[in-house]
Design a protein around this ligand. Sequence first.
Ligand code: ME8
Length: 526
Amino acid sequence: MSEKFYITTPIYYVNDAPHIGHAYTTIAADVLARYFRAEGFDVHFLTGTDEHGIKIVKAAADKGVSPQELADEVVVHFQDLWAKLNISNDDFIRTSQARHEGRVQEIIRRLIERDEIYLGKYEGWYDEGQEEFVTESTARDNEYKSVISDKPLVRYSEPSWFFRLSKWIPKLIAHIETDSTFVQPTSRRNEVLSKLAQGVEDLSISRQSEKLGGWGVPMPNDPDHSVYVWIDALSNYITALGMPGIGDEFDAKGDKYWPADVHLIGKDILWFHAVYWPCLLMALDIPLPKTIFAHGWWTCEGKKMSKSLGNFISCEVLSELCGEYSRDAFRYFVLREVTFGADGDFSREAFGRRYNTELANDLGNLLSRTVNMIGRYFDGAVPKPQQRTLEGVEAEFLSEPIKHLQDESAKMMSRCRFSGYIGAALELASATNRYIDATEPFKLAKDPSQRERLGTILYACAEAVRIVLSYLEPFMPEKSAEGLAHLGVSGVSDGTLSERGRFGLIEPGTKTAKSVPLFPRKLLDQ
Ligand code: ME8
């Protein structure tokens, strides 16, 4: 039976349409899903929308519609964008779905049974944009405004159900300390640990339903209260799998895919995922996810994205960029430009430059050069090499980068080192370009006595490009398939990615197609 891989994105709020930030996390998750599928794993990839909470209630009221109407309208923008970006999710959960709501109530029932919640009173500050409780000292330090949106915090004073969060903190700290892969990257893990060391109080997990206009999941033991939107939202990672008797037996999907292998999130919501979620799971006696990876934040053209500044990368702008450069180039760029985990800046100029240098020049040119030479010198049939292994000059240029890809790609993917992984594939493309410059097949073609040698060189080039395109497939599924079709080797796609990444698989005599630029060069503004 194949090994499983369960990957999730955050479920996004439906108060507004998606933008580049949402696209970023979802593309990264898609790349992992495609990579692990290509390596033969049984992958389950979940994304969705977070539709409850005061933020949605207020956004709907501002638009004069009901929260459900707003959710129904906005969810389509997310689903359309994911289709546009070729996202291969296996499921899409909406927190207003009955399958989710019923299971959230089941989770609360279970917490009640285990004496994990009690009735108290919440008195304090709340950031309605973040749906987050704010301590007195943090509120004071930021002049009672949201650290994120700068909007005034709201004072809450109401009865509320509390989860005994503090009781689980020592166990959580021990887990984070012993399992270095649980919270990644390391800098974020250290941040969580140092904040935990300052002490954590029990967590208010319900809101008065009337304040939410009845929108949300009712507490099963107290219909005047709705479940706090973060408890509701975090639960999606298990409710989507189904869990009739949570903690005892999941249904078939739950049994198969839980625990999640990676919860991919932005750094803004790390605390919820690294503290509230594992403590809830421990209280429910459900195994913890293996990794929570918090990536960095995008600014655009050097500034925080804002509609009024005109630097907002909305779904319309994303569509336009994908139209101009191809969606694969966009997927590639966002994961190549910034080390995953660090903050980054999106600029059209940087996109254009990287597109031209890496995709049009290094990769696209290599493919056209190879296909054109095979066309011109061997009538469009991959020549027979002197040997189908790497020897001599071929080995000198190509062995090391191929070996590096084979040895390191799995490690890099499992640590979300997307840019490094792409870099390793590009290094093979560059090495192949250097190899062509050094061996000068265009000169050898003039000398009939060098025909065998020429065949060996072009065979090696075809194999190297095939390997590069195969490894880049999770990032650029369409361009990779197109490029492989130029080489005439779409058929060499049996087996796992690592198997396909071996040198010497193309059958001599394979007919190549006519080469058209895979990434046409762009004229960029100076
Ligand atoms: O927080 N740069 O939803 P949300 C990078 N519903 N990533 C960004 C980004 C940016 N500028 N802006 C947004 C919520 N993101 C909750 C989640 S999960 C159980 C509930 C991405 O719509 C990033 O992944 O505010 C961030 O964590 C997420 O969108 C926040 O999406």
